[in-house]
Design a protein around this ligand. Structure first.
Ligand code: FAD
Ligand code: DLZ
Ligand code: SF4
Length: 528
C-alpha cells in the first residue's frame, strides 16, 4: 500500500496559505463535490487516531475496514492529483486525536482556513465545533451529501410534543419525496404503502441463499500495525480473508450482486434465522452505506429498477420492504438521533440495571440462539436485523440488562456500528428505554418465536416448551417475568395489552414460579 504522508509536499506549497479539509473515517464518498476539481491550495487531512479507536472497544474487523477504506481513499485522491496529509496509527508525529493533529497540520502548512463535512456522531460534532471556535481559523462545515433528509428533517415532520414518532408516517413522506414506487397519481404501487405482513416466513432450507459476494482482502500487514499500536479490539480480525469493501468500486459490485441474487427473496425471509446461513437474503450493505461508499438513493433506486425490469423475479413486497429499510428506517433513525441527543443516550425508562454477562465477549453460552448469534457477531462483525433485535436485544430486555451496557456492546461489535444509527436502534427499538417514543411496543419474545423463525432450538440443551423446570428455556421465564414486572407500564398499550393480561391471568402459583425461575436465571446469568 502506498504511503501518503506527504509533509514535504505541504512544505513546497507553503507560500500560499492553504485550506485544510478534514475527511473522517466514515466519509469515504469519492463522489462528494469536494473532489470534483483538483485544487493545489486544498489539502485533505485524514487520520487514524486513538481517540476514535478507543472510545469503545471496536470489533477488530471494524477498525481494519475503516483504516483500509481510509488508506484506499487517500491513495485514490492522491492518484487523482489531490494533496493529502495522512496520519497512520503508528506515525511518530501522530498526536492521537483530531484537534491535536489538525493543529499540527495548521502549523506545518500555515493554513488560513479549514473545512469539514457534517459528522454523523453527536460527540464528534461537539468536538469539531469546539475546535472551530477555538482554532482561530476561518471554518466551514459542509454537508456530507449522503443522506436524503436533513438532520432535523424527522423532527420537523412531527408535531412538537408528540408522544411518539411513527416511522410509517415519516416513511410515506419519504416515498413521496423520493418518488419511489409511486403510480402516476402519487399513490403507492400495488395500493399499499407497506407490505411488511408478507415478510414473515421462516426459512426451511429452500430456496438456496445466494453465494457470497464478499471480497477477500489480505489485511495481515495492516492488522499487525493495529496490534503494534496496542489498540484493544474484540472478535476475529479475519485479516487474511477480509470480507468488507475498501472502495466504491467494490461496494458497487456488492450492491449489484445483492440486487441480482438476494433481493427476490429479501422480503419473504427478512425475519428468518438459520444456522446454515448468517445472512440468508440480507444485503450486508450497511457498512458500505454507513461509510458512504454507497449512497442511499442509488441503493434504493437499484432495487426499484430491478422490480421495474422484472416484477415477477423481484416482487413488489420484497422491493418495497428493502426500500423501506433504506429511505424509511435508516433516515428516521438518524432523525431521532439528532433530535434527541445527548439525553437519549442515558435513557433507562424501565429502570434496568443488570450487568451484561461476560459471555457477550466470548460467545460461550449454552443457549443455542445466543451462542449462535453472539458467536457469529464476534466472528464476522455482522448479524442481521432479527438476530440483533429478537435474539440478542430481546434477551437483554427480558433479563433487564442495563441499556447503556447493551448500547456499548452494540456500538463496538458490528461492522456498521456508528452511534447515529446504533443508539436509537438499541435504546429505542430494542431496549424500549425511551418510554416507547420510537417503538410502540417492546420487541421481546419467548422460545416460541425463536423456534418458529429459526432452527436454533434444535439441539439446544434447553426445552423451548418448558417455562420453569430445571431445563426450561431461560427465555420463557424471563419473558413472562418481564410482563409481570412491567404490568403497570404496559397494561393499557393496545399493541401488547394481551401479553400483559395473559401474564396477569396466570395463577398466583404460576406467577410465583415464574418470578422465582427468572430470579434464579438472573443470579446465574454467567452460567447460561
Ligand atoms: P438489510 O437487512 O439488507 O437492510 C438493508 C439496509 O437497510 C441496511 O444495510 C441498513 O442500511 C438499512 N436498515 C435496515 N434496518 C435498519 C434500521 N433499523 N435502522 C437503520 N437502518 C436500517 N444498523 C446499522 O447500520 N448500524 C448499527 O449499528 C445498527 N445497530 C442495530 C442495533 C439493533 C439492536 C438493531 C435492532 C438494529 C440495528 N441496526 C443497525 C439496523 C439493522 O439491524 C442493520 O442495518 C442491518 O442488520 C444491517 O445488515 P444488512 O446490510 O444486511 O441489512
Ligand atoms: C470508528 C472509527 C475508528 C475505529 N477509527 C477512526 C479513525 O481512526 N479516524 C477517523 O477519522 N474515524 C474513525 N472512526 C470513525 C469515527 O469514530 C466516527 O464513528 C465517525 O466519524 C462518526 O460519524
Ligand atoms: Fe434459544 Fe430457548 Fe430455543 Fe434454546 S430453547 S435455542 S435458549 S429459544
Amino acid at each position: 500500500m502506498e504511503v501518503i504522508c506527504n509533509s514535504e509536499l505541504c512544505e513546497s506549497f507553503a507560500e500560499v496559505a492553504p485550506t485544510l479539509r478534514l475527511i473522517l473515517g466514515d466519509q469515504l464518498n469519492p463522489e462528494h463535490s469536494w473532489f470534483k476539481q483538483v485544487n493545489p491550495q486544498v489539502i485533505y487531512v485524514m487520520m487514524e487516531v486513538r481517540s476514535e479507536t478507543d472510545y469503545v472497544i471496536h470489533h477488530a474487523q471494524k477498525v481494519l475496514a475503516i483504516f483500509a477504506g481510509m488508506r484506499r481513499m487517500a491513495e485514490l485522491l492522491k492518484k487523482a492529483g489531490h494533496r493529502v496529509r495522512y496520519f497512520k496509527i503508528n506515525d511518530t508525529d501522530n498526536r492521537g486525536n483530531f484537534a491535536a493533529n489538525l493543529q499540527l497540520v495548521i502549523t506545518e502548512t500555515k493554513a488560513s482556513r479549514w473545512e469539514y463535512q457534517e459528522p454523523d456522531e453527536w460527540r464528534l460534532d461537539q468536538e469539531l465545533k469546539h475546535f472551530a471556535r477555538t482554532c482561530g481559523l476561518e471554518t466551514a462545515c459542509v454537508s456530507s451529501e449522503h443522506f436524503l433528509d436533513e438532520r432535523l428533517g424527522v423532527s420537523a415532520h412531527f408535531q412538537d410534543g408528540a408522544k411518539r414518532w411513527l416511522m410509517e408516517s415519516y416513511y410515506r413522506k419519504m416515498r413521496l419525496r423520493t418518488q419511489l414506487l409511486l403510480d402516476e397519481n402519487r399513490e403507492p404501487l400495488g395500493g399499499q404503502w407497506n407490505y411488511d405482513h408478507d415478510n414473515r416466513k421462516p426459512w426451511k432450507g429452500t430456496p438456496a441463499p445466494p453465494g457470497s459476494w464478499d471480497v477477500a482482502h489480505d489485511h495481515l500487514a495492516l492488522w499487525k500495525e493495529i496490534k503494534d499500536a496496542g489498540v484493544q479490539t474484540m472478535g476475529e480480525p479475519s485479516a487474511t480473508r477480509f470480507p468488507w469493501p475498501r472502495d466504491r468500486k467494490e461496494a458497487l459490485i456488492q450492491l449489484k450482486a445483492f440486487i441480482k441474487n438476494g433481493l427476490s427473496h429479501f422480503g419473504d425471509y427478512e425475519d428468518a434465522m438459520h444456522t446454515a446461513s448468517d445472512r440468508l437474503f440480507h444485503s450486508r450493505l450497511s457498512f458500505a452505506l454507513n461509510v458512504k461508499l454507497l449512497n442511499p438513493r442509488e441503493v434504493a433506486l437499484a432495487a426499484v429498477q430491478a422490480y421495474q425490469s422484472d416484477p415477477v423475479r423481484y416482487p413488489l413486497a420484497a422491493t418495497e420492504g428493502f426500500v423501506r429499510q433504506i429511505i424509511g428506517w435508516r433516515e428516521y433513525i438518524r432523525g431521532v438521533y439528532w433530535a434527541k441527543m445527548p439525553a437519549y443516550s442515558s435513557q433507562n425508562n424501565l429502570g434496568h440495571q443488570l450487568a451484561l454477562p461476560s459471555w457477550f465477549w466470548t460467545g460461550k453460552v449454552k443457549m443455542n440462539c445466543l451462542r449462535h448469534s453472539v458467536g457469529q457477531s464476534l466472528e464476522t462483525a455482522y448479524a442481521h436485523h432479527i438476530q440483533r433485535l429478537m435474539v440478542i436485544g430481546s434477551f437483554c430486555l427480558n433479563a433487564g440488562v442495563n441499556p447503556a451496557e447493551v448500547e456499548r456492546w452494540f456500538l463496538g461489535v458490528y461492522i456498521d456500528a456508528f452511534q447515529w444509527v446504533e443508539l436509537p436502534n438499541v435504546i429505542g427499538m430494542s431496549q424500549h428505554a425511551d418510554g416507547g417514543f420510537l417503538a410502540s411496543k417492546p420487541y421481546n419474545c419467548a422460545a416460541s418465536y425463536i423456534s418458529k423463525m429459526s432452527n436454533y432450538c434444535n439441539g439446544c440443551p434447553y426445552d423451548p416448551k418448558d417455562r420453569t423446570g430445571p431445563l426450561a428455556c431461560p427465555l420463557n421465564a424471563l419473558y413472562w417475568d418481564f410482563w409481570l414486572r412491567h404490568q403497570k407500564t404496559f397494561l393499557n398499550n393496545p399493541r401488547i395489552g394481551m401479553a400483559v393480561r395473559q401474564a396477569a391471568n396466570l395463577s398466583p402459583v404460576e406467577q410465583a414460579a415464574i418470578r422465582r425461575k427468572a430470579e434464579e436465571i438472573r443470579t446465574n446469568i454467567e452460567e447460561l
